[in-house]
Design a protein around this ligand. Structure first.
Ligand code: NAD
Ligand code: TYD
Length: 341
């Protein structure tokens, strides 16, 4: 029989992609998106999903225990997948408080409701950033699930705190949860404040491309659909109480990504502008995804060369989606962060 899945944060980048992935793959499942539509949540991302009778949207804050409990009591989900979060490191440096509220308190609220209602399964979408960073001169080092938590930014510290709470609930209450820690995602519906969409959009407008520091920081990029496939495997076949690392074995320096985007768009490298470095900027992230490969058979399927091509095409073909975003409140943010640069 079809399952009912609550997807929190489904109006955001990865949650939105996950909603479409699940609706397509499981035509007998009901998918309910819980999202309070912060600056990063966008109902137009869910425009097609909203036409599907198996999909429902609930505007709700995950910190609102009464509202969450009422909804969960009504729909009796089989699985809750928590994507809802404040997700941008730079914003966490400017204003950490909401990161504590949503990422920590929101996670605890969801788990508490699930516990009270005996919801059979909870999944926490976490990040490789909880492990801190690796040095550039030790390419032999990778994050495994047993790497100690060593968060650097208020964002990663809030995600790490949530992970610790999930693991504590598993141990103390035998709470039926899993955690996934994924590397940097890219693909459709990525909010334009993040590296790849920001660079595509600025290049299209012949605006400066702001590269932090020396541009040599390394991230391990994964096409968002591969992340969705991994979460699908974990929620159906993963072991309760376990953490699964997800990564693309695709390490790239920021400057190389920026140059590649310029090349694909036939724009000059003179658009690159080196700006002041991010405070506490993590140097390198690199995931060892052996566990999820061996236990659940997951492997990244999209090569970066293909994924970046698809992503650039998507931004070229969906100007309405991002033009609406960059013409609104986002403009104030951009001015504050990059004004004069
Ligand atoms: P996003 O910022 O694009 O989307 C977050 C969504 O959560 C938005 O729709 C927002 O409206 C919603 N939201 C925020 N606060 C809420 C609240 N209090 N109640 C209800 N909804 C709320 O984020 P994303 O990039 O899609 O990331 C999704 C998850 O994946 C996050 O938990 C993030 O930590 C994790 N993650 C992201 C990446 C990445 O590369 N983007 C990598 C690894 C893990
Ligand atoms: P981001 O997309 O914010 O993801 P994260 O910080 O979670 O890895 O940034 C990716 C990398 O790109 C990171 O090293 C910071 C860098 N960066 C820039 O150089 N310029 C920018 O304008 C942004 C947004 C990021």
């Amino acid at each position: 029989m079809g399952k009912t899945i609550i997807v929190t944060g489904g109006a955001g980048f990865i949650g939105g992609n996950f909603v479409y992935y699940m609706l397509n793959k499981y035509p007998d499942y009901k998918i309910i998106c819980v999202d309070c539509l912060t600056y990063a949540g966008n109902l137009s991302t869910l425009k097609e999903a909203l036409k599907n009778p198996n999909f429902r949207f609930e505007k709700l804050n995950i910190c609102d225990k009464t509202g969450v409990k009422k909804l969960f009591e009504e729909v009796k989900p089989d699985i809750v997948v928590n994507f809802a979060a404040e997700s941008h490191v730079d914003r966490s440096i400017e204003g950490p408080e909401v990161f504590v509220d949503t990422n920590i308190k929101g996670t605890q609220t969801l788990m508490e409701v699930c516990r009270e209602l005996n919801i059979p399964r909870y999944h926490q979408v976490s990040t490789d950033e909880v492990y801190g960073d690796l040095p550039l001169d030790r390419p032999d080092l990778f994050f495994t699930e047993t790497t100690p938590i060593h968060a650097s930014s208020p964002y990663s510290a809030s995600k790490a705190s949530a992970d610790l709470l999930v693991l504590a609930y598993c141990r103390t209450y035998k709470f039926p949860a899993t955690i996934s820690r994924c590397s940097n995602n890219y693909g459709p519906y990525h909010f334009p404040e993040k590296l790849i969409p920001l660079m595509i959009i600025n290049a299209l407008a012949d605006k400066p491309l702001p590269v932090y520091g020396d541009g040599l920081n390394v991230r391990d990029w994964l096409y968002v659909e591969d992340h969705c496939k991994a979460i699908d495997l974990i929620i159906h076949n993963g072991k309760i109480g376990e953490v699964y690392n997800i990564g693309g074995h695709n390490e790239m320096a920021n400057i190389d990504i920026v140059k590649l985007i310029l090349k694909k768009l036939d724009k000059p490298e003179s658009l690159i502008t080196f700006v002041e470095d991010r405070k506490g900027h993590d140097r390198r992230y690199a995931i060892d995804p052996t566990k999820i490969h061996e236990e659940l058979g997951w492997l990244p399927e999209t090569k970066f060369a293909d994924g970046i091509e698809k992503t650039i095409d998507w931004y070229l073909n969906h100007k309405d989606w991002w033009q609406e975003i960059i013409s609104g409140e986002y403009q104030n943010y951009y001015e504050k962060m990059y004004g004069g640069k």
